[in-house]
Design a protein around this ligand. Structure first.
Ligand code: 4GS
Length: 245
């Protein structure tokens, strides 16, 4: 994964990328993220990135020229880049989108807007995809870009130390995760389910699958329409239904 971020708040990214799994992945050069300060691509003494909206109204609009110059500096070759703008009007990101982006071979250039909006001509002439992290309004695109980079980076081979963990977690299987426990065996009168202490790996696997299906049925039943259930899954689901009645 090679990407560029264009923002007026580079420090937000430096802070997040200096810690944890992504910090280590960057150090080990498993991923590459270049942060560009949009104000470096302004030409006036006040480094102005916004202006009043034509037609009037509340809020400021981000000027187009700095975005064009910043993208040109980040990756001058049109065919070598995929410009993505964070925008609640864009396509909603889910794990399938994250997986698709993790297979992208071009540089991904993220444009982070602030204020009311970005000049429409940036979208028309520069942006390939608009994507949203959810139906709510943020104060800027930075958090959305971080969310996406985080979700995509952990799918890159080697980024998670344990190669299995990206495959095993919630959503890569298409259903919700099972409950997890660690020591102590009893905490505040709450015991760890007996089966997890049994050492019986088949029983443990079945229990986990059943609990994952239980949660999914309870909380996100629509997810089950999107995956193929095995014969064993159907058996576990009918057990759950019998327990309910
Ligand atoms: C999102 C979102 C967002 C929209 C940025 C108003 C500042 C803000 N971006 N997913 N201007 N939700 N952006 O709320 O991506």
């Amino acid at each position: 994964m090679k990407c560029d971020v264009i923002t007026i708040f580079p420090e937000i990214f430096h802070a997040y990328f200096s810690e944890g799994v992504l910090g280590r992945a960057l150090q080990r050069e498993l991923i590459e993220v270049r942060i560009h300060d949009l104000r470096d691509y302004t030409t006036d003494k006040h480094r102005t990135v916004d202006d009043y909206p034509y037609g009037g109204g509340a809020g400021m609009v981000m000027k187009p020229e700095p975005f064009f110059d910043a993208v040109e500096a980040a990756c001058p070759e049109r065919a070598g880049r995929r410009v993505i703008m964070l925008n609640p009007a864009g396509k909603k990101v889910d794990q399938d989108v994250a997986e698709e982006l993790s297979r992208e071979t071009r540089r991904i250039v993220f444009l982070c807007g602030r204020y009311e909006a970005i000049d429409e001509r940036v979208k028309i002439a520069l942006v390939d995809d608009e994507i949203s992290i959810g139906d709510y309004i943020l104060t800027g695109g930075e958090l959305a870009a971080l969310v996406i980079i985080d979700a995509v980076a952990r799918l890159i081979p080697g980024v998670l130390g344990d190669e299995r963990s990206a495959e095993e977690d919630s959503f890569s299987s298409g259903i919700l995760d099972y409950p997890h426990f660690t020591r102590p065996p009893v905490f505040m009168d709450m015991p760890v389910p007996e089966v997890l202490l049994s050492g019986n790996h088949r029983e443990i696997r079945l229990w986990r699958r059943k609990e994952a299906l239980r949660r999914t049925l309870e909380r996100r039943p629509e997810l089950l329409d999107r995956i193929r259930l095995s014969d064993e899954d159907y058996r576990l689901v009918s057990e759950l239904r019998r327990e309910e009645s």
